[in-house]
Design a binder for this molecule. Structure first.
Ligand code: CMP
Length: 133
Protein backbone atom coordinates (compact mmCIF):
# COMPACT_ATOMS: atom_id res chain seq x y z
CA UNK A 1 0.00 0.00 0.00
CA UNK A 2 1.22 3.49 -0.87
CA UNK A 3 0.45 6.80 0.82
CA UNK A 4 0.07 10.27 -0.56
CA UNK A 5 -0.67 13.69 0.92
CA UNK A 6 -3.74 15.54 -0.26
CA UNK A 7 -4.91 19.05 0.61
CA UNK A 8 -8.38 20.46 -0.01
CA UNK A 9 -7.40 24.08 -0.63
CA UNK A 10 -9.06 27.25 0.77
CA UNK A 11 -11.02 27.91 -2.45
CA UNK A 12 -12.73 24.49 -2.26
CA UNK A 13 -13.45 24.88 1.48
CA UNK A 14 -15.06 28.30 0.81
CA UNK A 15 -17.08 26.78 -2.04
CA UNK A 16 -18.41 24.15 0.42
CA UNK A 17 -17.33 21.17 -1.65
CA UNK A 18 -15.30 19.44 1.09
CA UNK A 19 -18.00 16.75 1.44
CA UNK A 20 -18.13 16.12 -2.29
CA UNK A 21 -14.33 15.81 -2.49
CA UNK A 22 -14.21 13.44 0.52
CA UNK A 23 -16.92 11.30 -1.08
CA UNK A 24 -14.88 11.13 -4.30
CA UNK A 25 -11.78 10.17 -2.28
CA UNK A 26 -13.67 7.25 -0.73
CA UNK A 27 -15.26 6.24 -4.03
CA UNK A 28 -11.80 6.09 -5.59
CA UNK A 29 -10.86 3.45 -3.02
CA UNK A 30 -8.60 5.54 -0.80
CA UNK A 31 -8.46 4.93 2.91
CA UNK A 32 -8.21 8.18 4.86
CA UNK A 33 -5.43 7.45 7.34
CA UNK A 34 -5.00 11.02 8.67
CA UNK A 35 -7.19 14.11 8.38
CA UNK A 36 -6.98 17.59 9.86
CA UNK A 37 -8.75 20.85 9.17
CA UNK A 38 -6.68 23.93 9.93
CA UNK A 39 -5.70 27.40 8.81
CA UNK A 40 -2.00 27.35 7.93
CA UNK A 41 0.21 30.21 9.00
CA UNK A 42 2.10 32.00 6.22
CA UNK A 43 5.34 30.43 7.52
CA UNK A 44 3.82 26.96 7.48
CA UNK A 45 2.67 27.42 3.88
CA UNK A 46 6.12 28.74 2.93
CA UNK A 47 7.75 25.71 4.55
CA UNK A 48 5.39 23.31 2.81
CA UNK A 49 6.03 24.82 -0.63
CA UNK A 50 9.77 25.39 -0.01
CA UNK A 51 10.63 23.61 -3.31
CA UNK A 52 8.93 26.49 -5.13
CA UNK A 53 10.91 29.20 -3.27
CA UNK A 54 12.19 31.73 -5.76
CA UNK A 55 9.51 31.02 -8.34
CA UNK A 56 7.34 33.98 -9.34
CA UNK A 57 4.20 32.40 -7.84
CA UNK A 58 5.70 31.49 -4.44
CA UNK A 59 4.48 34.56 -2.50
CA UNK A 60 1.03 34.55 -4.00
CA UNK A 61 0.63 30.78 -3.59
CA UNK A 62 1.66 30.85 0.08
CA UNK A 63 -0.60 33.90 0.73
CA UNK A 64 -3.49 31.98 -0.79
CA UNK A 65 -2.75 28.73 1.05
CA UNK A 66 -2.70 30.58 4.38
CA UNK A 67 -5.79 32.67 3.58
CA UNK A 68 -8.37 30.25 4.96
CA UNK A 69 -8.94 26.77 6.32
CA UNK A 70 -7.71 23.73 4.42
CA UNK A 71 -8.31 20.01 4.92
CA UNK A 72 -5.09 17.99 5.02
CA UNK A 73 -5.28 14.25 4.39
CA UNK A 74 -2.97 11.27 4.25
CA UNK A 75 -4.53 8.85 1.75
CA UNK A 76 -3.70 5.20 1.33
CA UNK A 77 -4.32 2.74 -1.52
CA UNK A 78 -2.45 0.86 -4.23
CA UNK A 79 -0.61 3.38 -6.46
CA UNK A 80 -1.97 6.18 -4.26
CA UNK A 81 0.29 8.91 -5.67
CA UNK A 82 -0.53 8.26 -9.33
CA UNK A 83 -4.19 7.54 -8.64
CA UNK A 84 -4.69 10.76 -6.68
CA UNK A 85 -2.93 12.77 -9.42
CA UNK A 86 -5.26 11.26 -12.02
CA UNK A 87 -8.27 12.01 -9.80
CA UNK A 88 -7.15 15.66 -9.40
CA UNK A 89 -6.33 16.27 -13.07
CA UNK A 90 -3.88 18.78 -14.54
CA UNK A 91 -2.62 21.71 -12.41
CA UNK A 92 -4.51 24.16 -14.64
CA UNK A 93 -8.27 23.49 -14.30
CA UNK A 94 -8.80 24.92 -17.80
CA UNK A 95 -6.91 22.01 -19.37
CA UNK A 96 -7.79 19.31 -16.81
CA UNK A 97 -9.77 16.36 -18.15
CA UNK A 98 -13.54 16.33 -17.74
CA UNK A 99 -14.54 14.59 -14.50
CA UNK A 100 -11.33 15.41 -12.61
CA UNK A 101 -11.58 17.37 -9.35
CA UNK A 102 -9.64 20.35 -10.67
CA UNK A 103 -11.85 20.54 -13.74
CA UNK A 104 -14.96 20.29 -11.53
CA UNK A 105 -13.98 22.60 -8.68
CA UNK A 106 -10.83 24.54 -9.66
CA UNK A 107 -10.84 28.17 -10.75
CA UNK A 108 -7.23 28.91 -11.80
CA UNK A 109 -3.72 27.43 -11.66
CA UNK A 110 -3.38 28.80 -8.13
CA UNK A 111 -6.96 28.26 -6.95
CA UNK A 112 -7.09 24.71 -8.18
CA UNK A 113 -9.08 23.11 -5.33
CA UNK A 114 -6.70 20.29 -4.38
CA UNK A 115 -3.05 19.41 -3.92
CA UNK A 116 -1.32 16.05 -4.21
CA UNK A 117 2.23 14.76 -3.76
CA UNK A 118 4.16 14.19 -6.98
CA UNK A 119 6.53 11.36 -6.02
CA UNK A 120 7.24 8.81 -3.29
CA UNK A 121 9.93 10.84 -1.48
CA UNK A 122 7.81 13.99 -1.67
CA UNK A 123 4.79 12.11 -0.28
CA UNK A 124 6.79 10.90 2.69
CA UNK A 125 8.20 14.36 3.33
CA UNK A 126 4.79 16.05 2.97
CA UNK A 127 2.97 13.55 5.23
CA UNK A 128 5.69 14.01 7.81
CA UNK A 129 5.41 17.79 7.53
CA UNK A 130 1.85 17.75 8.87
CA UNK A 131 1.45 14.42 10.65
CA UNK A 132 4.79 13.78 12.31
CA UNK A 133 4.22 11.33 15.18
P1 CMP B 1 0.01 22.27 -6.10
O1 CMP B 1 -0.29 20.85 -6.51
O2 CMP B 1 -0.53 22.70 -4.77
O3 CMP B 1 1.59 22.49 -6.11
C1 CMP B 1 2.17 23.77 -6.31
C2 CMP B 1 1.16 24.79 -6.65
O4 CMP B 1 1.63 25.99 -7.18
C3 CMP B 1 0.25 24.24 -7.75
O5 CMP B 1 -0.58 23.24 -7.22
C4 CMP B 1 -0.46 25.52 -8.18
O6 CMP B 1 -1.65 25.74 -7.46
C5 CMP B 1 0.53 26.62 -7.81
N1 CMP B 1 0.97 27.41 -8.96
C6 CMP B 1 0.76 28.71 -9.14
N2 CMP B 1 1.29 29.14 -10.27
C7 CMP B 1 1.87 28.08 -10.86
C8 CMP B 1 2.58 27.88 -12.07
N3 CMP B 1 2.81 28.87 -12.92
N4 CMP B 1 3.02 26.64 -12.35
C9 CMP B 1 2.79 25.60 -11.48
N5 CMP B 1 2.12 25.74 -10.31
C10 CMP B 1 1.67 26.96 -10.00
Amino acid sequence: MEKTLAIIKPDAVKKRVVGKILTRIEEEGFEVSEMEMKKMTKDEAKGFYIVHKGKPFYESLTDFMSSGKVVILALERENAIRHWRLTMGATDPAVATEGTLRRQYGFSVERNAVHGSDAQETAEWEINYFFKK
